[in-house]
Write a protein that binds this ligand. Structure first.
Ligand SMILES: [Zn+2]
Length: 64
């Protein structure tokens, strides 16, 4: 629990995971987008990259 002097020395400011080189100082594009959204005014919509619709998740399919 004491990694004060790691080789990378950088943690993702969003989730705290070790930063990845292509996305530094973030760990992933997702976290970079979250931070960017915060900078742009707190539009909090990039948190999830999953589509809002989940086919098959709705048991009520009697409309077809
Ligand atoms: Zn992260």
């Amino acid at each position: 629990m004491s990694d004060t002097a790691t080789s990378k020395g950088a943690a993702c400011p969003i989730c705290g995971r070790p930063a990845a080189a292509p996305f530094r100082p973030f760990c992933s594009k997702r976290c970079a987008d979250v931070d960017l959204a915060r900078w742009l005014g707190g539009v909090y919509r990039v948190e999830t990259d999953d589509p809002p619709e989940e086919p098959g998740a709705d048991p009520r399919n009697d409309d077809i």
